[in-house]
Design a protein around this ligand. Structure first.
Ligand SMILES: Cc1cc2nc3c(=O)[nH]c(=O)nc-3n(C[C@H](O)[C@H](O)[C@H](O)COP(=O)(O)O)c2cc1C
Length: 193
């Protein structure tokens, strides 16, 4: 797949088929994260992989979805895997730099998932304490930062032209379609010299 296509299909998917994602697939996503740039090459991120149905079902109620609309995935369409990105508490980076490292690693994971015909969603809104407890994250050493929900997408995500006054995404629930406005290049580029 060419890069433009890969970038276009790498969207936030929130509705999934009931199809297990084995651990070795999650390991290949971490291989992509492993190649990320990191400030000072400090590589302060660590990953917890979840493909067990039992643990997925425990995590799901502790996550919040699509805050801009009145809709939530049901348990039947919930993610079949998760990756929790955590940072070492002892690290030399500022919050902003650490956030950039997390974003790069997370996007590498989602891009690799797309290449494997999977999809996912970054979940910033998750119960850090309870999920850390479920996945036995040692909170004396690690800070849970970002959860990535994963699965085989059941929905279509369609990009539409957006404008600065309204960037709300919306959904055709019955038909499993989710529409995401994106600004045009003219909106994005301030000046050309
Ligand atoms: C840092 C970050 C945190 C996010 N947290 C959530 C979240 O908690 N729940 C959710 O449903 N989507 C979450 N999203 C997904 C955004 O809503 C999504 O990226 C946006 O609607 C644009 O859609 P697209 O990713 O398909 O372009 C998050 C995205 C980012 C980058």
């Amino acid at each position: 797949m060419n890069l433009d296509n890969l970038l276009t299909i790498t969207r936030s998917y929130r509705s999934f088929k009931n199809q297990n994602i084995p651990s070795n697939i999650l390991m290949s996503l971490i291989s992509a994260a492993r190649l990320s740039a990191s400030a000072r090459n400090s590589q302060t991120l660590r990953y917890t992989l979840v493909s067990s149905e039992e643990i997925c079902n425990k995590i799901f109620p502790l996550t919040a979805w699509a805050g801009s609309i009145e809709w939530n995935p049901t348990i039947e369409e919930s993610p079949t895997a998760y990756i929790l990105i955590s940072s070492l508490i002892e690290n030399p980076l500022s919050q902003i730099t650490l956030g950039i490292d997390i974003g790069i690693a997370a996007q590498n994971i989602l891009l690799k998932a797309s290449e494997l015909n999977l999809g996912g969603c970054f979940i910033g809104a998750f119960n850090k304490k309870e999920i850390s407890n479920i996945v036995e994250l040692d909170l004396d050493r690690f800070n849970p930062q970002l959860l990535i929900a994963l699965g085989k997408p059941l929905e279509k995500v369609i990009l539409i032209e957006g404008n600065e006054l309204n960037l709300r995404y919306y959904r055709d629930t019955e038909n499993f379609k989710h529409f995401v406005p994106k600004l045009s290049l003219e909106n994005l580029v301030l000046k050309k010299f």
